[in-house]
Write a protein that binds this ligand. Structure first.
Ligand code: 9WN
Length: 438
């Protein structure tokens, strides 16, 4: 066991080192994803903190350097002119927004706000706490500004819950949850050259028609120069996502605790605490579905809950959002629908739902970042055995198949050759396995 563990950590380090770029950031996967992605960089920094503190700090610093003047942090920072990814900077056109970074080209959308809790994790991991706290002191206000951006610009009804306006902002790009929204839209047929399907089997990626929807939402945002108020008014996609809001709440808590360690900053702590309280209350009131026994997404454009269970439904455990009683119901739902002996935990989408697809991206496969959060959430609520299963399943999948982007959740697929899909040598799979094994 010990040798296996050391060996896997070495292999993970090799993946991360190979993906680290001269510009001071780590690409998620060579070929498929050649730039810096926001939530990837957070998970990656957690892995890096275990063995290369300088790289871990650099990863976060580089991301935060690309922050806009209004506190926004983009989902992709295009550090290079690599044209192996579509859509690139020339499609996204971050320059349309008056406050976008003048130094870095980026997208005009964001991703789950993981950076706050990542700073706290980096402090947990490193030996030299004083040095890391010094680093955090220099960066934390940028993350705080990012949270203020969300509360001030992404919550039009002042509910304590922020919206996302694009499925790529969720991080769970083609989750079947979005199918309900695609049904309300009829975008034009775009002509474009897909790059992702030149790197990865098309059957493991979103369809062309799904991409038409993705591009159309960006076009609407661009026509309005990425103005948040206009987007809130006009975007056909406007969703309160439990994963995204749970990440914000988890990061809020981390910022509060870090500021308390640093001292001073009373106004910031007061602001964060005020929002923390109302966000958790609103989350439990609005996103809990009693009949399903799970948290669900809410379609703010069409004023209706999207009633499907996905791995995002369980992320509130990581952010300590449910009460003990509600956590019990949530874990039971997970075990009943996702937890059969014939499956690895945890599928990204409900295996009992007709829309489940065990091979396709966010429509069913297991993702290591979701498992990492689930593992920690379960432990926090005392579900030690289930947490161990999540951890062991994650390690078994990676050990057997390699550091893939996602994995088949079925133990018996009828095809023993391959159960890992998407990009290979995928950075966060490597980074988070290091953290799980240490
Ligand atoms: C679009 C980089 C990103 C992840 C997302 C994952 C995938 C991009 C894509 O890759 O999305 O952002 O082109 O498919 O879904 O979670 O951050 O690894």
């Amino acid at each position: 066991m010990h040798v296996m563990k050391e060996n896997l950590i070495h292999r993970a380090i090799d993946v991360l080192d190979a993906n680290f770029q001269e510009g001071g950031f780590t690409i998620p996967s060579k070929g498929l994803y050649p730039f810096q992605w926001k939530w990837d960089s957070g998970f990656i920094a957690v892995g890096l903190a275990h063995y290369n503190t300088d790289h871990a700090k650099k990863e976060i610093e580089t991301l935060l350097n690309a922050q806009w003047d209004n506190g926004f942090i983009p989902h992709i920072v295009f550090h290079t002119d690599d044209d192996s990814y579509f859509p690139g900077h020339d499609f996204h056109r971050s320059d349309l927004h008056p406050l976008s970074s003048k130094r870095y080209k980026s997208t005009g959308m964001t991703q789950p706000p993981v950076t706050g809790f990542v700073l706290q994790d980096m402090l947990r991991i490193v030996d030299d706490k004083e040095d890391m706290l010094g680093f955090i002191k220099g960066q934390i206000d940028k993350v705080y500004d990012n949270h203020v951006y969300f509360y001030e610009n992404r919550d039009p009804q002042n509910e304590g819950l922020v919206y996302i306006y694009h499925n790529w902002e969720s991080g769970t790009d083609n989750s079947p949850v979005w199918d309900d929204i695609w049904d309300t839209m009829n975008p034009p047929e775009y002509t474009f050259e897909r790059k992702d399907t030149t790197h990865v089997d098309a059957s493991e990626r979103p369809s062309k028609r799904e991409y038409d929807h993705y591009l159309y939402i960006i076009d609407i945002a661009k026509q309005n120069n990425y103005d948040d108020a206009k987007i809130a008014e006009l975007s056909p996609f406007l969703v309160q996502d439990p994963l995204f809001n749970a990440m914000l709440i988890k990061s809020n808590q981390a910022l509060i605790e870090l500021y308390e360690m640093i001292g001073g900053n009373d106004d910031k702590i007061t602001y964060l605490k005020k929002n923390q309280e109302r966000s958790i209350t609103a989350f439990n009131q609005k996103l809990w579905d009693t009949e399903l026994g799970a948290y669900v997404h809410y379609d703010l454009r069409n004023n209706t809950p999207i009633r499907h269970v996905s791995s995002s439904s369980f992320s509130p455990l990581f952010a300590a959002i449910p009460s003990k009683e509600r956590a019990e119901v949530l874990v039971n739902t997970m075990m009943e629908r996702f937890g059969g002996d014939d499956k690895y935990l945890c599928a990204s989408f409900d295996p009992t739902d007709d829309r489940f697809n065990p091979r396709k991206y966010w429509r069913g496969p297991v993702w290591i970042n979701m498992n990492w959060m689930l593992y920690r959430g379960l432990r926090q609520y005392g579900y030690t055995d289930i947490a161990e299963r999540v951890k062991n399943d994650s390690i078994e999948l990676v050990e057997r198949d390699g550091f893939f982007e996602y994995f088949d959740c079925r133990k018996d697929t009828g095809d023993e050759t391959r159960k890992g899909y998407g990009g290979d040598n995928f950075s966060w799979s490597a980074a988070l396995v290091i953290d799980l094994l240490k």
